[in-house]
Design a protein around this ligand. Sequence first.
Ligand code: 3PG
Length: 210
Amino acid sequence: MSDTDILDRLSAHRLVPVVVLDDAAHADPLAAALVDGGLPVAEVTFRTAAAAESIRAMSARGDVLVGAGTVLTVHQVDEAVAAGARFVVSPGTSRAVVERCQEHGVLALPGAVTATEVMAALELGLSTVKFFPAGTSGGAAAVAALAAPFGGVGFVPTGGIGPGNLAEYLALGSVRAVGGSWMVPRDRVNAGDLDGIRELAAAAVALVSG
Ligand code: 3PG
């Protein structure tokens, strides 16, 4: 699947649940809960040692669009891609990370919150960036201001977003999707509260559709 296909799928769902998995055994049931909630997407962050195995378990299902998050190094890109990640998210823009993604033919979504950072991403051939951390970087107003000189650039705001302010971001034409952990709270994942996660995912989908 091409980068455009993956971006189209993320744009169609409009939401990217950002997952921190402490135990890869939770990956498959979590994926099932997201699918049941109508949100078959997950960004599995490399903040825990369980990331690669979790990506592998989720990807093997075949019914979830799985990406890697918090990817800081080329080694993590290799691990993520080997595990089946279809997109790679980073908190900032690293040329080495983006170029490794391009070598693998996997979509890179690096973080950018300034005009200089967006230009760096454009120079690397990208059209869409993660706007992170969204809340403390000026929120939806900052995304709108940044989008003005960069027609055609897409943003995936993430960080400090939840049901209360999701609509502000989704109202912007430049916003392809919104990421966040509110749909998959780490404590609920660890507690095996799959019903709760399914309900949070379904509620987020309802807000997006609403
Ligand atoms: C991320 O890694 O993208 C963020 O930590 C998610 O931010 P949130 O927890 O504020 O949603």
